[in-house]
Design a protein around this ligand. Sequence first.
Ligand code: GDD
Ligand code: MG
Length: 360
Amino acid sequence: MKALILVGGYGTRLRPLTLTVPKPIVDFANKPMIIHQIEALKDACCTEVVLAINYQPKVMMDFLKEWEEKLAIKITCSQETEPMGTAGPLKLAEEILNDGSGDPFFVLNSDVICDFPLKEMLAFHKSKGAEGTILVTQVEDPSKYGVVVTDEAGKVDRFVEKPKVFVGDKINAGIYVLSPKVLDRIELRPTSIEKETFPLISRDGALYAFTLPGYWMDVGQPKDYLTGLQLHLASLRRKAPEQLAQGPEIEGNVILHPTAKIGRDCKIGPNVSIGIECVIKDGARISNSVLLHRVKVKNFARVADSIIGWGSSIGRWARIDNKSVIGEDVHIKDEVFLNGTIVLPHKEIKETVLDAGTII
Ligand code: GDD
Ligand code: MG
């Protein structure tokens, strides 16, 4: 079986991290976002994953070479010369996706994280004889998503992208099973699967929704990325608690790379992920945060609700708080307080910044 992952866009909402690497290879819980997806696809018996890319294809493909071997799955690239939207890339990759077997294929948005119930979804798709099946989940504020309205059997009556008025709270989770027939409905031009293709299939009564058991999050922006981490770690606690850290310094759900070093009298957690070769000195306090690889946190510093980029350092008694996102190779001096600050890569920060949202 084949799969296509939509890897478009510049990832602007996850800057400054995406100034260093494309969004899909930013780590989430110590593993690149897209690897969570490719592992799940492999688990669901996919043998080939096509990445639909329109930006920095070489960086992505070079990076994924290593994973192609590790995971023993074919990873290919279908490159657009102009952004083709969310449906155009499927038509562009038609020859790979429609291999004559009649088998359906998976399509994933590259920024969604969940328990990936792909096998269950495929069985549902086949049992309905559907042309398309959308994974759906319930959210409190559906306005920034695609809303899916179904009948009791799961048949989609309406699909409304980014609704202005309330039409329902079940939303498109950005994961589809599609039969090759869908490709006949898409023209080779920039076009939106949500706005153009799904309404057509649902009008013919061939579009179904499969409700996601478990957690889900679009982790394409810092606040949601941190919420997603919290949900992911809670799911690990239930399903694979051995992957979570233990010890006197650990509080709640924490994922700690084995090469990371934690000093004495630290308090780490809840909802923290700590990457390769991070060093946390005595008395530091970290909660609801992510340290990417090789971050140094000096004595008695405090990091809360924030993301710290690769190779950065946090000075003694410094405090990083309130959805701050620190880019790669940033060095924060002792006793500095950053409150909701976005810091671009390769900087030295000597002064406190109290106004949330400041970019430096
Ligand atoms: N190859 C390619 N080319 N990919 C693209 C392009 C393009 O021109 N434009 C967007 N994408 C990719 C993005 O990288 C992402 O993986 C996916 O298509 C969806 O685009 P987003 O920009 O993340 O859309 P969204 O988050 O506002 O909304 C989408 O996702 C929601 C779930 O998170 C929609 O599918 C909504 O219906 C859905 O609820
Ligand atoms: Mg998105």
